[in-house]
Design a protein around this ligand. Structure first.
Ligand SMILES: Nc1ncnc2c1ncn2[C@@H]1O[C@H](COP(=O)(O)OP(=O)(O)OP(=O)(O)O)[C@@H](O)[C@H]1O
Length: 249
C-alpha cells in the first residue's frame, strides 16, 4: 500500500534520513522507533510529501510524486508531531478538516456521510463530549484526542501517526492503540512513531528501528528489538524483571 525505496531526506544541508527502504501492505500496523533525532519524523514527512526527498515513495503502487496534493490526501492521512490549529475552531470543525480531500469542491458544505464520519471519529477517539467547545480551551491530552479524531475522520487507507500517545494518560494510550489495531483489522495501513518500546511491542506486529538517519532493524518485535539493538541503538537493556533500564556505559 505504501513503500519507500532508497529514501533519503536532506534538510538545510543536513542528511537526516538516508537510503531507507521498506514497504507496508494493507492491514499492517508498524511502529517506527528510534532515539531522538534518528529521522523518524523526517521519514513520515517525506511519505506525506511535505518535505522533499530522494528515492521513490509509492502509494497504492503509484509514484507519489505524480499525485496532486488532494490525490495524495485521499490515500494518506498524516498526524504531525506538532499540531498547530490556525484558528480557534470548534472541536467538530477541527475534526471535519479530516474530510477535506473528499469534498467535491473546496469550501463545499459537508454532506451527511461527512457528518457521520466526524461523529464516528469523535466517538472512536473518546472525544464526543468535547463537541461544541473551542479547540484552544481544551487540555493538551484532549487536543491530542481531537487531532486523532481528525485523522480517523479521513477515509484514507494509509495513516501516518507521529507520536500519537504524547500527552495522553495511560488509559487513553491503551484505548488509542486498541483503536488503531481495529483500524488495521479493517484494512488500513498504519505507520506509528512511538517512543514507548513496550507499547510498540505489545500492539504492533512489526517494528522498524531507525538510528542516525538509517533503518537498522525491521521485523517482529522480538527480532527488531533484540538485546543487541536495545543496547546499541537505545542504550538500554532488559533487567531480570523484564523492565528496561539504562545499559552500562
Ligand atoms: N528543518 C530542518 N533543518 C535541519 N535539520 C533538521 C530539520 N528538521 C529536523 N532536522 C534534524 O534532522 C534530524 C532528524 O530529525 P527528526 O525530527 O526526523 O527526528 P526524530 O527521530 O523524529 O526525533 P524525535 O524523536 O526527537 O522527535 C535531527 O538531527 C534534527 O535536528
Amino acid at each position: 500500500m505504501i513503500s519507500a525505496e532508497h529514501l533519503s531526506v536532506t534538510l538545510n544541508g543536513r542528511d537526516v534520513a538516508r537510503d531507507v527502504s521498506f514497504w507496508l501492505t494493507n492491514g499492517e500496523m508498524a511502529a517506527l522507533v528510534g532515539p531522538n533525532g534518528a529521522g523518524k519524523s523526517s521519514v513520515l514527512k517525506a511519505l506525506a510529501g511535505v518535505v522533499p526527498c530522494q528515492g521513490e515513495v509509492r502509494i497504492s503502487s503509484a509514484p507519489a510524486d505524480k499525485l496532486s496534493v488532494r490525490e495524495r490526501a485521499k490515500y494518506l492521512a498524516w498526524l504531525p508531531q506538532t499540531r498547530p490549529v490556525a484558528w480557534n475552531l470548534r472541536v467538530e470543525d477541527v475534526v471535519a478538516l479530516g474530510r477535506f480531500a473528499q469534498a467535491p469542491a473546496p469550501f463545499d458544505r459537508m454532506g451527511p456521510a461527512d457528518q457521520a464520519a466526524v461523529r464516528e471519529a469523535l466517538d472512536k477517539a473518546d472525544a464526543t463530549h468535547l463537541s461544541g467547545r473551542p479547540f484552544e480551551a481544551l487540555s493538551g491530552g484532549e487536543q491530542a484526542r481531537v487531532h486523532l479524531a481528525r485523522l480517523l475522520a479521513s477515509p484514507a487507507p494509509v495513516l501516518l501517526l507521529d507520536e500519537p500517545c504524547a500527552a495522553l494518560d495511560v488509559a487513553h494510550q491503551l484505548d488509542l492503540m486498541q483503536a488503531l489495531t481495529t483500524e488495521a483489522k479493517a484494512g488500513r495501513t498504519l505507520l506509528i512513531v512511538l517512543h514507548d518500546l513496550e507499547l510498540a511491542a505489545r500492539f504492533c506486529p512489526r517494528i522498524l528501528v531507525m538510528q542516525a538517519g538509517a533503518l537498522v532493524a525491521d521485523g517482529a518485535p522480538e527480532a527488531a528489538l533484540s538485546a543487541q539493538t536495545l543496547a546499541d541503538v537505545f542504550g538500554v537493556r532488559k533487567n531480570d524483571s523484564g523492565r528496561l533500564e539504562r545499559a552500562n556505559r
